[in-house]
Structures are given as structure tokens and as C-alpha cells.
Ligand binder design. Sequence first.
Ligand code: GDP
Length: 528
Amino acid sequence: MNKATDHKLQSEVDKRRTFAIISHPDAGKTTLTEKLLLFGGAIRLAGTVKARKASKHATSDWMEIEKQRGISVTSSVMQFDYLDHRVNILDTPGHQDFSEDTYRTLTAADSAVMLIDVAKGVETQTIKLFQVCAKRGIPIFTFINKLDREGRSPFDLMEELENVLGIRSVPMNWPIGMGRELCGVYDRMKNQVELFQGDDHSVIKVQKVESYRDPIIREMAGEYLHDQLCADLELLDVAGDPFDYEKVLRGEITPVFFGSAINNFGVQTFLDNFLELAPKPEPRRSTAGAVEPTNEKFTGYVFKIQANMNPAHRDRIAFLRIVSGKFERGMSVKHVRAGKDIKLSQPQQFLAQDRDIVEEAYPGDIIGLFDPGIFRIGDTLSQAGDIEFDELPTFSPEIFSKVTIKNALKSKQFQKGIDQLTEEGMIQVFRTVNFDDILLGVVGQLQFEVFEYRMKGEYGVDVQLQRMSYQFARWIVDENKPDASKFRINSTLVTDKKGNYVVLFENEYAMRTAMEKNPTAKFLETAP
Ligand code: GDP
């Protein structure tokens, strides 16, 4: 083993931070992302983040459906350098383009930034995404946004984090005033104030102080706001949780930052603190135990497959999270599931429309691999022998449609399309036990539209989707009753692609009743 390379690999790992921003639509994720990119010279960025949203990408080669809607169907990755760090932001689509991909992308992140609108607090999509992160136990940092608007009290929001998400919080900074009165934030860790100045609040001044009682703050913010600040912080000092880094790393407590992304206020202090506290690339579990990022042998896994980024070539891109070792263009790796060596000759690191060829990459980085149909979600690529990383989690579908084919002569292609798209993780497929109807389950409505579009475009099949009123899917397992006919269920019984029994419920009441009637059965949210 070469010592010099070792050292290089270690330092490349140390400087990387790979995270996702989780939020409900409109909380300001696009705005915050843009500001973060401005602090680092974005090194891989095509167009601004806004442009992607604003449907200005006529020349891009995204799917038609993305063009029509002006949204990005699947998440992409943004990379930039800031101070000594190389930062990878995993974009998680919001709005209606919410999908299982959104969830799966979170498995490639080492930490998450939870963005919350100060007036709205914790919203539905935040809860869902939070839960996926919490299950993995990754550190979650909170940015409470839009402090330039009247919002709820910071104490109120902290309470909500605890009551709704079950996570305790430690404010890293604290607002001085709010809305029109907002004049700054006090940094509790560094004992400094960040103050807005000038009529339009365009100048931001950072000043070191002794403590929050420092008269300098009184001078700048006025008596009223300073008294309020002192009262709040005295209360926090006494009654708030102390900052415990170990708990942060275990995801048991979330550091909270206040700011206003649109005014670039509190963003830099957030970024500085966040990069200091956020974990570097973490080991991943595999069949051979945990694989450390500094292991010289290259390994990685596919967490997402995106189709049709270029309709002219109909290619697919497999997104690979590098777990260990150095990636070099043209290297040969073992595709473990397929049992074959493959050459990674056209790796791409890309954003939206532009794709750059990557020459080298390190643990924590995400690369896009040209996929002629050989990859599946969860596949391991390895130079470290026949190891496989833990299977990626699946997620419980929440929206269901019955799918039928318009032209029965195409049933072969229909089946092929369904099989492949299921394999890609684009949809989950179920069959009713009694009637052999085919039902599709997804977490976001857009997945159905993409399904329809791809069935036609790639398999030449017109499908008809009929929305069903189910809301929950539960995998039912009962060791005492392997025979499904013994289940006492009034709801629809279906099987998944592996033949596991799944019950689809229209509402929570029906689900509770079924649980009561089958006390020895387990009702699992995902496949066993
Ligand atoms: P996303 O849907 O989470 O990506 O949200 P956007 O970044 O598009 O922001 C949603 C809206 O909130 C836009 O109109 C933004 O201009 C606005 N916004 C974002 N950050 C702030 C902020 O700090 N203060 C105020 N007042 N508005 C903001």
C-alpha cells in the first residue's frame, strides 16, 4: 500500500460533506441552495437552481414531462468547494414530483438540513422526509427560514420539533427581533452578533462580543429588543438542552439556526457551523462488515436510476454513491450481482443539463454512470471482492392505481415494461388475489405520469390508469397462518412481486379493525 496515496485519500475523505436539504415546498430550499452555491464557487453547476424551476430549459435534454412542468423529476447533485471543504448537496425534489427516489436519495446523504418556514413550522413533507432520516440515525441540522417575516416564536417552534418530530433541539443562534423588527442574530457558540445594517438591511456586520448582555448589542438593537434577547437566552441557558455533539451525531438532538435565506442573512454562519459539525463520509454496512471510506479499494452502490435524460439516446443514468477508495475514469470494477467486471468509461458528474466527465472522485461523491440496462437500485460495484452493501430500504406506497392495457395484443411488452420499471424502483406492482388485477403503488402522483409516459415511449404500450381509493399498504405476516385465506380481512388482499401478501386499506379505521381481528399477524409498512 502506498503511504502517499493513503494520505491523499484520507484528506479527500476528511474534506467532504454530503447532505440533503429536506423541507416542505415553499420553505425556501431553492433560495437557500442558491445562496450556499454562491458562497462556494459552484464547480459543477449548469444554470442556476432557479432556472431549473422556472421552466427555462427548452434546450435541455430532460424528459418531456419535466419540460412541460418545469420541474426536475429526479434528484440531482450539486457540488462546490467552500473553504477547505468539498460539498455535495443532494437535491430532493419537492412539490408533486415527490417520489420514492426522493426517499432513496436520502440514503446517499451523511446528514440532512431540515429547512422550516418560521410562520408555518413543521409541515407534512418535512415530517415524511425527517422520518426517513431519523430511521437511519443521521445527524439533522435545522434552519428556520424567513425570519424577515412575522412568524411564530422560536420557543414555540422548538416545542413543535419535539412534539411532532420527537427530536429535541439546541439553538445555535437566536434572533434579535423578528419580521420588520429583525435586526440580527446572536451566535451562542461563538459569542458574536450578526447584525443587519442600512435601511434596506443589505449590509451584514459581524461583531465579536463578551456575551449576549454586551452593551454593544443594546446600542445597536435598542433596549427593547436587547431585553427580550437577554430574557430568552437566560431561559435557554437554564432550561435548554446543552449542546452535546455525540447526540447530534446520533440524530438525537438537532442544532437549530435562524435566518433569512432570501436576504442571505444567517446563511454564512449557518454554513460555517454546519460544515464544521456535519459528519464526513460515513462507513456503509456490507456483507463483509462496515466498509470504511479510507479503505483503498474502491466500492460504491447505486441508489437511483434515472431514465431518458437524453431522449435521443434513451440512455439511463445510474447514480452511484462512492463508499470507499478512489474512483478513476476507465477503471474496472466488479458488478457484484451480475458477477461481471465492467469498465467505468463514461462516468459523469452532473447537474441538470450539463454533464461533465469525471476523471476522479472520492468517497461521499456521487457519480452518474451510463447504464445500458445493467444496473438495479442497490447494486454494489467493488474492487474489494464480492461484497454487497445492505439493501436499500423500500417505502410504503400511499397512492394506488389500477393499470390496464388499451391494446391486448401488446401484453408482452406491457409485462416487460412493468417488470423493468418495478426493478428500477420506479413503481411497486401488486396483483389482486381474487381477480388478478394489476395495481401500482407509488408515493407521489408524478410517478404515475412518468410511468404512463415511459410505457408508451419505451415499450410502445398505451396504458390506462384508474385511481383507487386506498391509502395504506401493509405487508401481512403471520407465522401461525401461512395460508392467506385464513386472514380475517375486509380490505383488498394483494401480492407483491415476490408473492408476499399485502393488504390495501382505504383508511386508518379499516387498518385498525384488521389488526384487531388478526392479533397474531404483523402489519409491516414495507416488504419483510
Ligand atoms: P422551495 O419551494 O422550498 O424551493 O422554495 P423557494 O426557494 O422557491 O421559495 C419559496 C418562496 O419563498 C419564494 O417566493 C422565495 O422568494 C420566498 N423566500 C425564500 N426565502 C425567503 C426568506 O428568507 N424570506 C422571505 N420573506 N421569503 C423567502
